[in-house]
Design a protein around this ligand. Structure first.
Ligand code: ADP
Ligand code: ZN
Length: 817
């Protein structure tokens, strides 16, 4: 018998910055363990908490008792506790909320005010004479629903009865209102299973034909779901119960997993023989697997076979009895990488991404906890996969910005992969054709080890890139149309060869700058300081920041004129133009608008794969990891869209996007061609993307970062202040700036001094009806930045009335707008 500890350290799922200690009552001591959820009292309510550790002592004054232990098995391994603590510390986020965000949604029970029948109410219901109709209806409904919230009750009564009636009924003692706990929404799913009985009692008179068939079927199968049996043998559903009663077979309930994979994936028969380059890289990684923590950056051109290397490395990890995590960028559905892993490794793959329902997510999670899944693959939240002893962390397309979470706990899953690998004595492999500046710089500084794949599989050539200058010819004054003559000719030639075309424009909708013909005012969002985009298909203006829509027929909000002209071009307009120019071609579009419905993205990709689409137009969704051998022409309609953002990473983003999109061309046997149109043909991001020369791009960009002191030469911390009231928000931001300045001058740090920029209004100065201000802290070390941020939080909370203002701290920010 292990010695049970008296206290537990609990991370409460509320905005409380530190874990709290609770006493564990005797009867709960054998049940509590790190990784299990508990119910604990907080102030005058109760909340879910996560057990981090069981301890003997506490210095905390005022220790309350744990109310209940919610899990029979831990929902995360104790080995992850240091990881969660690290995240809370580094990203300055309450640890209980870190855990809540990491675990599948909907698990936690919620306290609510439950309305119930009182004994008097129950009695009245049995002898309802003299009771008015309304009250009787209320009692009937509560009786039917059981303990229920006021809101649900009023809804069940079609809103015919309001709170007032309920209050009166409470006063007259017909109903009571008590605090109750509602279990989490997400529960294991159970189904009925059938199996052969150990000693079937076969009746002397023999069995009917169908009954015999059922027994024969079961004798060759282990437990099968009743549904499957019904499908195999008509009439089995009805008979199975009778046969169970007669002791011929057994019916039982068992947990089943909701399968998020949808369509079945055929298993792969013969994996590729690795090329020389691939083998060399794999050898290094394999050696690393038995040598403790290390991070590798795998820089491999598009189509060089990185995924194949990942799969071999995962195999090696499993052979050592450890597990592997594979992170892929967020896209709307299971990616090709996920598919290839499933095809090779089958059922031991668990999938974790935001497209799953809460139930599916829970099931995948529990397969990992129970040790049934050894590989987890998914978008950024998969970094929390609850493996006990992971040995390998792969981050595919490590430069992708979807690894950064832009709300609540603003973590970066790529960085966390390295942190968790270090804590678990594992290795991290970050892969990309266009590595982030940060990671490549880490290779230069020997923090990471560089690995390269220089050649495409089967020595296929990289696509040939032609740059088209979009600037108007001197004297003409008019910009060229986005479908230039060069592009038009190339499309014609490609169509004639029966090959496929990808056209890329990183802007959805029809027109992004609709403006009034009379006064010239752009159509602005009511709630944000941005222009709205005209969407033809939806026949409306939409705000891409808050989702607000306005009817297409709305007049100018400034002068009232009805005539608005659709200036600017998005993918929808491109599609209309292409369809007009090439009426015979089969044209499709892939952007957030056409892929919103479930299954629509799969359909677009399937049509492309089967050759049912000739020209695919898309936003950056098309740049991500797709492999279509018959695409031989890629048109980049306007390469400059991301270049002019007021953000020091705009050049990096542009280079990455262009090189990735260009990498979609010529991935099959036929050579590829790229037409890159731009207003800045001499900009180094464009010229290096044209040559697909990462190193040349890196060498220039790194110089700029160094001279302007931006990452990777410093650490950044952004403070965002938002509020509904314009002047109140400004005052709050200025005061926050003052506090930061005071802290900084109180602690002069010599060469590790901190620079403060701002406060200024953010480039996006109002979003969703909230005014936005920014402060940027720069420093060579992260500790002093953390210290300023902590003090700022504490002092603003003490000194300033909140009045609906929010203070958000973003450590290592990606989005500077
Ligand atoms: P990357 O991820 O670097 O863009 P992929 O892993 O998608 O490249 O590989 C590109 C294509 O080459 C895929 O169709 C893959 O199946 C194929 N491939 C990978 N490795 C080999 C190999 N050693 N031999 C033959 N084909 C390979
Ligand atoms: Zn808006």
């Amino acid at each position: 018998m292990p010695e049970h500890k008296s206290y537990a350290e609990i991370a409460v799922a509320l905005p409380i910055s530190k874990p709290l200690t609770y006493r564990v009552p005797d009867i709960l001591r054998p049940h509590i363990a790190p990784g299990k959820r508990v119910l604990v009292p907080v102030k005058n309510t109760s909340a879910t908490g996560y057990t981090l550790a069981c301890v003997d002592h506490t210095v905390q004054e005022q220790v309350k008792d744990v109310i209940d232990v919610l899990d029979s098995v831990p929902v995360f391994p104790a080995s992850m506790v240091p990881f969660f603590r690290w995240i809370a510390d580094y990203y300055l986020h309450p640890i209980g909320e870190v855990l809540r965000a990491a675990l599948p949604g909907g698990l936690n029970p919620k306290p609510f005010q439950a309305i119930e029948l009182s004994p008097a109410g129950r009695h009245t219901l049995e002898t309802p004479e003299g009771l008015n109709r309304h009250r009787r209806q209320v009692l009937d409904t509560i009786n039917r629903l059981g303990p229920t919230s006021e809101k649900a009750l009023i809804k069940a009564l079609d809103g015919k009865i309001g709170s007032k009636t309920l209050r009166e009924m409470e006063k007259s003692g017909l109903v009571t209102v008590k605090k109750k706990i509602r279990p989490g929404r997400t529960q294991p799913k159970k189904a009925l299973f059938v199996r052969a009985s150990e000693k079937p009692r076969v009746p002397p008179s023999g069995l009917s034909q169908t009954r015999q068939r059922i027994l024969d079927y079961l004798s060759t199968h282990e437990a099968v779901p009743l549904r499957t049996l019904k499908g195999e043998i008509p009439g089995a559903g009805r008979l199975a119960r009778k046969m169970a009663d007669a002791g011929l077979l057994e019916l039982f309930e068992q947990c089943v997993y909701r399968d998020p994979f949808g369509e079945p994936i055929e298993s792969e028969t013969n994996p590729h023989q690795l090329t020389g380059e691939q083998s060399a890289v794999l050898k290094t990684i394999t050696r690393g697997l038995s040598q403790g923590f290390k991070t590798y950056l795998l820089h491999g051109v598009t189509g060089s076979g990185k995924t194949e290397v990942y799969m071999h490395a995962v195999s090696e990890t499993l052979k050592q009895g450890r597990q592997a995590l594979v992170l892929v960028p967020e896209i709307a559905l299971i990616s090709q990488t996920e598919r290839r892993f499933r095809a090779r490794f089958g059922d031991c793959v668990a999938l974790l991404h935001s497209g799953l329902s809460a139930g599916e997510h829970f099931d995948q999670w529990m397969r990992i906890v129970e040790g049934k899944a050894k590989i987890a693959i998914g978008a950024r939240s998969a970094i929390f996969a609850p493996f006990e002893n992971p040995g390998l962390f792969i981050v595919d397309e490590e430069h992708d910005e979807s690894y950064k979470q832009e709300s609540t706990c603003r973590y970066n899953a790529r960085d966390l992969a390295v942190v968790r690998a270090k804590q678990q004595d594992a290795i991290a492999v970050l892969g990309s054709a266009t590595p982030s500046l940060q990671s490549y710089y880490n290779v230069m500084g020997k923090k990471f080890q560089g690995l390269t794949l220089n050649k495409r599989i089967e020595d296929r050539d990289m696509a040939r890139v032609t740059v088209v200058d979009l600037r108007p010819k001197t004297g003409s004054g008019r910009a060229k149309p986005l479908i230039t003559d060069t592009l038009k000719t190339a499309i014609e030639e490609t169509l004639a060869r029966k090959e496929q075309i990808l056209l890329f424009l990183n802007r959805r909708g029809f027109a992004n700058c609709p403006a009034c013909l009379s006064c010239g005012a752009p159509v602005r969002c009511k709630y944000c300081e941005v222009t709205m985009t005209l969407h033809r298909q939806a026949n409306a203006y939409k705000c891409h920041y808050c989702g607000h829509t306005a009817p297409h027929t709305a007049p100018c909000r400034v002068c009232g004129n009805a005539k608005i002209i659709p200036i600017g071009t998005g993918t929808e307009k491109v599609q209309a133009k292409i369809e007009a120019l090439f009426p015979q071609a089969r044209v499709d579009r892939m952007d957030r608008d056409t892929t919103r419905r479930k299954g629509s993205l799969v359909k677009i990709l399937r049509n492309l794969k089967e050759g049912a689409t000739d020209i695919l137009i898309g936003t950056q969704m098309v740049a991500k990891g797709h492999h279509y051998p018959n695409i031989t022409l890629v048109g980049i309609l306007c390469a400059d869209l991301s270049l002019n953002f007021p953000d020091f990473r705009s050049g990096e983003r542009t280079f990455q996007l262009l090189a990735q999109v260009a990498g979609r061309a010529g991935r099959g046997e036929r050579p590829g061609r790229v037409i890159l149109q731009t207003f800045n043909p001499d900009h180094f991001c464009i010229t290096t993307a044209k040559e697909q020369d990462y190193r040349a791009y890196f060498d220039q960009e790194i110089g700029f970062r160094q001279s302007a002191l931006y990452p990777p030469f410093c650490r950044l911390m952004q403070v965002i202040i938002t509020g509904r009231d314009k002047s109140q928000t400004a005052r709050y931001a200025r005061r926050a700036g003052q506090i930061c300045r005071e802290v900084i001058s109180d602690h002069p740090r010599g060469q590790h001094s901190i620079q403060l920029l701002g406060p200024v209004t953010a480039p996006l100065s109002r979003i969703k009806d909230r005014y936005r201000w920014q402060l940027l802290l720069k420093g060579t070390r992260v500790d002093p930045l953390h210290q300023v941020a902590r003090t700022l939080r504490r002092r603003t909370a003490q000194e300033m009335p909140r009045k609906g203002n929010r203070l958000i701290i973003d450590v290592d920010p990606m989005n500077m707008l």
